[in-house]
Design a binder for this molecule. Structure first.
Ligand SMILES: NC(=O)c1ccc[n+]([C@@H]2O[C@H](COP(=O)([O-])OP(=O)(O)OC[C@H]3O[C@@H](n4cnc5c(N)ncnc54)[C@H](OP(=O)(O)O)[C@@H]3O)[C@@H](O)[C@H]2O)c1
Length: 280
């Protein structure tokens, strides 16, 4: 299965920063038409500029031709009503979604005992509940055309656990379980599910992570600081997707590979090590 991005309608969540912004810019370079989502509309406009610019609603109403990133769709993924409404809007913007990129996510920096149930649920809803709902919304039109792709940006935390990330890691494992099961249900159809497991990418994910009471963590983790440039991550991910890869580990250094290996085959060694150095 080889899919090129030229002419494809690609809806990217979390397009206002980091990996999502870089995936959008790279997809635009490869000829995709984009729907960009996130909560921060100003930041989505900055992404649209990186993607070749956008036209105002008035210019479009006056008949100006569309640019690749004209469609900005800001909404809060943690709000079930808002995400269902946004999905309906997304489906009519270009009459179809060829590729859905479930990239938006929020991390956590607090022990389970110090994480309020509300914060735990917010992380599960943003990362997992929203991914399920958007998938449920786009699948019928993909089925009608027997064509489409859903790409979930999971995490190394979807392959191994880590302290201070109980909700985050649970949400990323839930994504992996959900999408690998859905992939099996869709086997033989023209709809493809791809999972991307980033290791360490230089973004604001740790700064935007939530403390136990919902406050922003506000610190850049050393592993993110020394991580891969998002533009490089995006290039590798689209290259691999275009050649048909369905499970992609990216920005995985030796430590990341070792962690996943130990977690799977040597759990006693893994837990001793990860509990000492505090995580990813
Ligand atoms: N960076 C890494 O090292 C790394 C490693 C493994 C996995 N990942 C995964 O990569 C994905 C992208 O993260 P990133 O590293 O690029 O971090 P980031 O810069 O913090 O980006 C997170 C994105 O998610 C959006 N988002 C968060 N909460 C949202 C909500 N309630 N509603 C709508 N959008 C929301 C943010 O947009 P707004 O703020 O505008 O809402 C932002 O665009 C995440 O799923 C993350 O788990 C990253």
């Amino acid at each position: 299965m080889h899919q090129t991005l030229a002419g494809k309608v690609v809806w990217i969540t979390g397009a206002s920063s980091g990996i999502g912004r870089a995936l959008a810019a790279e997809a635009a370079r490869r000829g995709a038409r984009l729907i960009l989502s996130g909560r921060n509309e100003g930041a989505l406009r900055e992404t649209a500029v990186l993607c070749g610019g956008y036209r105002t609603a008035k210019a479009l109403a006056d008949g100006a031709p569309r640019l690749p990133a004209d469609a900005l769709l800001p909404f809060d993924l943690a709000d079930p009503g808002a995400r269902r409404k946004a999905a309906q809007e997304a489906l009519v913007l270009f009459d179809r979604i060829d590729t859905l990129v479930l990239n938006a996510g929020v991390s956590q920096r607090a022990r389970f005992a110090e994480t309020s149930p509300e914060v735990f649920d917010l992380i599960m809803q943003t990362n997992f509940g929203a991914a399920v709902d958007l998938t449920r919304a786009v699948l019928p039109q993909m089925r009608d055309r027997d064509s489409g792709m859903i790409i979930c940006i999971s995490s190394i935390a979807g392959l191994m656990g880590a302290p201070w990330r109980t909700a985050y890691s649970a949400s990323k494992h839930a994504q992996a379980g959900f999408f690998s099961s859905l992939r099996a249900e869709l086997y033989g159809s023209g709809i493809h599910i791809a999972m991307v497991y980033p290791g360490f990418v230089r973004t604001s994910i740790s700064e935007n992570a939530l403390s136990g009471d919902g406050a922003r963590h506000g610190e850049l983790d050393p592993l993110q600081k020394s991580g891969q440039e998002p533009s490089e991550t995006a290039r590798i991910v689209w290259d691999k997707l275009e050649t048909g890869a369905l499970d992609i580990k990216v920005a995985f250094d030796f430590k990341a590979h070792l962690g996943v290996f130990l977690a799977r085959y040597f759990p006693k060694l893994f837990v001793r090590s990860i509990s000492k150095h505090g995580g990813l």
